[in-house]
Design a protein around this ligand. Structure first.
Ligand code: TEU
Ligand code: CA
Length: 543
């Protein structure tokens, strides 16, 4: 899709439940988002991605949809939604919705009718008989347990990729597809201009007793979906959440001739350190592996596809805690460094709520602090395997998605200014220091730094079309790269460590070129153009 100005988009992800509560029930709501639109406009974003706001029993915080055409009561009304679209529009901000189409909630009307074999819903889900009282096949669901769940009403098993409360839809059934396309069109008519498609690379399935993902089928369905919904409407931006995608898949999804999406999210990077995978054993991330991943995607996707750039989301721990350094000394510096790194890459940048103020992981003390269905399932699984509960808690603390789901820290006031009421999940106790009001006494606020990054990114075409070259490959703690097109060259140089690094003569241009951005203020005065790169320092340099 060629003319969407994807490079000019800066997408801000909101997890509504944790953003801002206006009616004192401890749960964020749509009115809360409306209240904070000026804040988002000031930041400079162009689109808000809302994680699911649809009617849902909330087993997986809205990723278990019970009605795609209704707003969940806790978030407000359809009228609130319409006002949000309108108020955002006044500020040139558009809304992206999260289409959870791989599965529904087991409370969705379609499922309740399918359980009873009521037409036309009989085939809406993936039903199979068991074998000698056992599930049709082995296989572990993403959130633990078997992928098959026995249904008493129907006396058959249904397939679920995630929690057992999230039965997978049967995309092979044309009536399912028709219904889902109606959903997209309903929201397009409500002036929604963006769609994220959840777990979308799992929709194509070959089902025998075992279920196999079939990417060819996925592409067929998606081409059909596109033809029946957003088509070639260039105002609509789409992103596929493709957990399995390799570069070649990304090309198929997003190439300008016949790709189905504007862009995809790649997850090879997110899976790099063992977070949320296997038995949740996190390991330190060698920067060399991060480099390999980025170099591969930036080079191989160049001119052949497009991706969304992110380091975190509602599904992963906080980026400062995971890739930076959340100690009091380095939190602000490393938050800025990570943003400088990310915003220099080709692709559309995504900011997850709170990252623009450097929010960190939560200091978990007990399993009772967690809310996430996946984390709770995994804890049970680890304990069942005989792991010491202390160690299991440690693994959850490192990996749990709840780290990113604690309430947005607006101020040093009660409950961090998120709500008058006890929030549904605890506020991080560091809110007294870390909050949107605290404009850091001696340091430039992270928020202001993001503003600058966003501005520079919008103004400099090289971030859009420039090619990518890794610099200083032998430096273990420095990630440096150059973006260049015919008219311009910008070098992004970042120190991912607390070490001071003397580049000596490795990078002579540092002494003569113009620094357009740095998280160390003295860099702007030429006297400091020396080759010593300080802890978590970030530089954008025009050659
Ligand atoms: O996520 C799918 C999912 O589990 C990813 O987080 C996964 O880590 C990634 O694809 C890499 O393999 C989506 C939602 O983002 C998540 O919040 C939901 O819980 C899940 O789908 C189920 O709807
Ligand atoms: Ca509320």
């Amino acid at each position: 899709m060629g003319t969407q100005n994807l490079e000019k988009q800066i997408i801000y992800q909101i997890y509504p439940k944790s953003f801002k509560d206006t009616n004192g029930d401890g749960i964020g709501d749509l009115k809360g988002i409306i209240e904070q639109l000026d804040y988002l406009q000031e930041l400079g974003i162009t689109m808000i991605w809302l994680t699911p706001i649809f009617k849902s029993p909330d087993r997986d915080n809205g990723y278990d949809v019970a009605d795609y055409l209704k707003i969940n009561d806790e978030f407000g009304s359809m009228q609130d939604f319409d006002s949000l679209v309108m108020e955002a529009g006044k500020r040139s901000i558009f809304i992206m919705l999260d289409m959870v189409f791989n599965h529904t909630s087991d409370q969705h009307e379609w499922f309740l009718k399918s359980e009873q074999r009521i037409e036309p819903y009989d085939n809406f889900y993936i039903w199979r008989d068991g074998r000698n009282g056992l599930p049709p096949s082995k296989g572990e669901a993403s959130f633990g347990g078997s992928v098959w769940e026995f249904d008493e009403k129907r006396q058959q098993y249904y397939y679920h990729s995630f929690d057992k409360s999230q039965p997978d839809l049967n995309w092979a059934e044309p009536k399912v597809r028709e219904k889902l396309y109606e959903v997209v069109n309903f929201w397009i008519n409500k002036k929604v201009r963006g769609f994220r498609f959840d777990s979308i690379d799992s929709i194509g399935k070959k089902v025998a007793d075992t279920v196999r993902i079939d990417s060819q089928l996925t592409h067929e369905y998606l081409k059909e979906m596109r033809a029946h919904t957003y088509g070639t409407d260039d105002r609509i931006i789409t992103v596929g959440e493709t957990g399995l995608a390799k570069v070649a898949d990304a090309q198929k999804y997003t190439n300008s001739e016949n790709g189905e999406f504007s862009m995809i999210f790649q997850f090879e990077l997110m899976n790099i350190d063992g977070v949320r995978s296997g038995n949740w054993e996190k390991r330190a991330i060698p920067l060399t592996e991060l480099k390999e991943n980025i170099v591969k995607w930036q080079t191989d996707l160049f001119n052949s596809g497009w991706s969304g750039q992110f380091l975190g989301s509602h599904d992963f721990p906080r980026i400062v805690s995971r890739f930076g350094n959340d100690s009091a000394k380095y939190r602000v510096l490393s938050a800025k460094m990570l943003a400088s790194f990310l915003f220099g890459l080709q692709g559309t940048p995504y900011i997850y709520q709170g990252d623009e103020i450097g929010m960190t992981n939560y200091p978990w003390r007990s399993i009772h602090d967690f809310r996430d269905v996946e984390s709770l399932n995994v804890f049970k699984k680890l304990i069942a395997k005989g792991l010491d509960p202390k160690e299991a808690l440690k693994r959850l603390s490192d990996s749990s998605r709840d780290n990113a789901r604690t309430p947005m820290q607006w101020s040093a006031g009660k409950n961090a200014g998120f709500s008058d009421h006890d929030p549904w999940i605890a506020v991080n106790p560091n809110y007294l220091q870390v909050n949107a009001d605290n404009n850091g006494k001696d340091q430039e606020p992270i928020f202001d730094y993001y503003k600058k990054l966003i501005m520079l990114r919008k103004q400099n075409a090289v971030f859009n079309d420039g090619n990518f070259k890794l610099l200083l490959p032998e430096q273990k703690n420095i990630f440096a790269y150059k973006r260049s097109n015919a008219d311009d060259e910008i070098v992004v140089l970042t120190n991912f460590s607390a070490e001071e690094i003397d580049l000596g003569n490795d990078y002579p241009a540092l002494k003569t070129s113009r620094i357009i951005l740095s998280n160390y203020h003295d860099r702007y005065s030429s006297a400091h153009h020396n080759a010593i790169i300080r802890p978590y320092e970030a530089l954008w340099i025009r050659q």
